[in-house]
Design a protein. Structure first.
Length: 210
């Protein structure tokens, strides 16, 4: 009799365990479905970036294949979402010339951007006597003697997370590219002299990929 009673209890425990497991799976499925539907309805939009200005402290093309740069850029970021917040976990800012990096990385500290909020950052980016590829050296000479300006790209790479209510998504890669047309001695391009630097208003929209 004792063996039959034990078998009965074991069978009951297995049924309870199966029901608990099935209930947990059902709860998890419903929870994930709610998150998915909420996400699909809200459809978070990418942040919008604008390169407002660039202050040139040093832009020296001392040799055909060498460039030194010290620039402070002002970047505006706006969250266009009314129900979604954005966590910027880490962002690196740098400049490129014809797809070649010519400055070091400058880190923008992590920050949270609420609904419809905007942030403004003014990082310094610099590179000292950075060698460029031979074909870029020829382009630099042409820019200096012809157009009188250098067309740089200010880039921001980082990671973002979306916040909807209490839900926070995983990390997504953020890539921002801002064209910056920087004068180098062209009298037709006027800037504001600030001490030993010249500030140029750009108000240039940036492309954003997430």
């Amino acid at each position: 009799m004792s063996e039959k009673v034990c078998d009965h209890h074991d069978s009951y425990r297995r049924k309870v365990a199966r029901r608990c497991g099935a209930g947990l799976l059902l709860f998890t499925f419903i929870f994930l479905l709610i998150i998915l539907l909420t996400w699909a309805i809200i459809q978070p939009k990418k942040p919008r970036f604008t390169l407002q200005d660039a202050t040139i402290f040093n832009l020296n093309i001392s040799a055909p294949n060498v460039i030194s740069t010290t620039v402070q850029v002002t970047v505006n970021s706006r969250n266009p979402n009314a129900r979604v917040g954005i966590y910027y976990d880490k962002m690196d800012v740098y400049a490129t010339y014809h797809n070649q990096q010519i400055t070091y990385y400058t880190v923008i500290p992590a920050v949270y951007q609420g609904h419809k909020e905007a942030n403004v950052w003014s990082p310094f980016i610099y590179g000292n006597t950075v060698p460029v590829a031979p074909y870029n050296g020829a382009a630099l000479s042409q820019d200096q003697s012809g157009a009188g300006a250098v067309n740089l790209m200010i880039k921001i790479n980082g990671r973002v997370r979306w916040k909807v209510g209490s839900f926070i998504s995983g990390r997504y890669h953020l890539h921002v590219t801002c064209p910056a047309y920087i004068p180098i001695g062209n009298s037709k391009n006027y800037g504001v002299v600030i001490g030993n630097a010249v500030k140029y208003q750009l108000s240039q929209s940036c492309s954003v990929n997430v």
